[in-house]
Design a protein around this ligand. Structure first.
Ligand SMILES: Cc1ncc(COP(=O)(O)O)c(C=O)c1O
Length: 481
């Protein structure tokens, strides 16, 4: 490391702590062209460190402060401080997770933490890998399921296979559609099963649809159950899905990217009952649990399958005659070559807090979400989309006074659709709160407040958020829409 690097590394911590301090606004929103004009981004001519620090400050000034309680826009929030320390260490030690040779201690860390996670999910003899995110984990699941059913697919491709079909709920994450496209199944091969009012897959419909596909000579390859849907936070009935998968001999994957963090809680983990029967599971500690992005785990029940399905046996990296135990060269299980040491971030959080510490954070996040949901249920003008909660997602409408006591016909809902979007805009522009809004199935636009382990959110913060929504909601006039 040269002197110049050291000088800047000293400065950077000051910059981060000043630009991310509690008195800076959540967001200073600028439209893209305005923002481009404000930032000095041209890289043609180098600048000195002082000037560089000025440019960086400006970029951070206009960046969203996701460490604030009022950043409730996504399924992630502030990072766990231990996880952040792990991320800095991992970056500073800049290595790749593929071979024991270049990442000896980090390889053991990954194996150790994966084993701990496998135990927790009830798949103690399984295998796993850290992946860049839930969408990539979905690719892993589809590849593993297809390889298990048709090992020849690896060399021969799709040309001799029967027509393959995949099953998922209509509320599941879109990554399965992308996966179906990328892996050559095609998006038409995905059967979207209807959900109930809470957003859980209708398992009798799943059963009937699988049977119908078989009757038509098509081959079911994978059922994707969701433990924590993106919007409503619904957890499919995993025991029932497992029964159907067993009956039809189909691979069961559980997308627990969001709700998988409930496994940490003694109080709430029963909601994931049945996950231990899955063939594969994906979980994103970078969502609810606050591991720094990206930190995602893919687990598989059958040991050896990840390697068999994914290995390319490159002799320049995975030489078979190395001087150490080459079973510790885990990289050929992965679709990636170079792979960040994401396991270390999670390991640091876990080592610092232990099972009980993380469990308490999971309990806490559910408690605050339940408080939010109960408050909304009893608050004039607010209306829940679904209850009771299964994950810490609270979905609701705010109905401004001007809309109350009117007939809730199609026109009324069309207006609510626009009002919700407008309230979101006012909240963002005033920097009071960032939350998500979306339509879902027959529902017109509504809000989603998603709660995460960090920062610790108190009841008073929730009341402030609802007050901000109410305040901006009452500012909306019909002429604004
Ligand atoms: C239920 C669910 N699965 C998968 C994903 C995809 O995860 P990633 O963003 O890490 O690709 C998401 C993302 O929000 C999700 O909500």
């Amino acid at each position: 490391m040269n002197h110049r690097d050291n000088y800047f590394l000293d400065k950077i911590l000051d910059i981060i702590s000043e630009e991310g301090s509690s008195d800076v606004p959540l967001i200073q929103f600028k439209h893209p062209k305005e923002l481009e004009a404000l930032l000095d981004l041209d890289v043609s001519n180098g600048v000195d460190d002082k000037e560089l620090a000025r440019c960086v400050r400006k970029i951070l000034q206009y960046s969203v402060k996701t460490n604030k309680a009022t950043f409730r826009n996504q399924l992630y929030g502030a990072t766990d401080p231990y996880g952040l320390s792990g991320a800095w260490i991992a970056e500073a030690f800049n290595t790749s997770q593929y071979t024991f040779e270049v990442a000896p201690a980090f390889t053991i860390v990954e194996l150790k933490i994966l084993n701990h996670i496998l135990q927790l999910f009830g798949i103690p003899d399984g295998d796993g890998i850290f992946s860049p995110g839930g969408s990539v984990s979905m690719l892993y699941a589809l590849v593993a399921a297809r390889y298990k059913a048709f090992p020849e697919v690896k060399s021969k491709g799709l040309r001799n296979l029967p027509e393959l079909v995949i099953f998922t709920s209509e509320d599941s994450h879109y990554s399965i559609m992308k996966g179906a496209h990328w892996l050559g199944f095609g998006t038409d091969s995905v059967r979207q099963i209807k959900t109930n009012g809470l957003g859980q897959m209708l398992v009798d419909k799943l059963d009937a649809t699988i049977q119908m596909e078989k009757d038509h000579g098509r081959q079911p390859v994978l059922v994707n159950a969701t433990a924590g849907t993106t919007v409503l936070g619904a957890i499919d009935n995993l025991e029932d899905v497992a029964d159907v998968c067993e009956k039809h001999g189909v691979w069961m994957h559980v997308d627990a990217c969001w709700g998988g963090s409930l496994i940490l809680s003694r109080k709430y983990r029963h909601r994931l009952k049945g996950i231990e029967r899955a063939n594969s599971v994906s979980w994103n500690p970078h969502k609810m649990a606050g591991a720094p992005l990206q930190c995602s785990v893919f687990l598989v029940r059958e040991k050896g399958l990840l390697h068999a399905a994914n290995c390319a046996s490159a002799q320049y990296l995975f030489q078979q005659d190395k001087f150490y135990d080459i079973t510790y060269d885990t990289g050929d299980k992965s679709v990636q070559c170079g792979r960040k040491i994401d396991a270390f971030k999670l390991w640091m959080m876990w080592k610092a807090r232990g099972d009980d510490g993380l469990g308490l954070l999971a309990d806490r996040v559910m408690k605050i979400a339940e408080f939010c949901s109960e408050t909304i249920e009893n608050k004039p003008g607010f209306r829940l989309v679904s209850a009771p909660l299964q994950c810490p997602n609270v979905c609701f409408w705010y109905i401004p006074t001007i809309m109350r006591s009117k007939a809730e016909d199609t026109e009324w809902w069309d207006l609510m659709h626009k009002i919700t979007k407008k309230i979101k805009e006012l909240l963002t522009l005033s920097s009071r709160l960032m939350l998500a809004y979306m339509p879902l199935r027959h529902h017109k636009n509504f809000f989603r407040l998603a709660f995460t382990f960090h920062p610790l959110i108190e009841e008073v913060d929730v009341l402030d958020m609802l007050r901000a929504i109410e305040h901006c909601g009452e500012m909306v006039t019909l002429s604004m829409l």
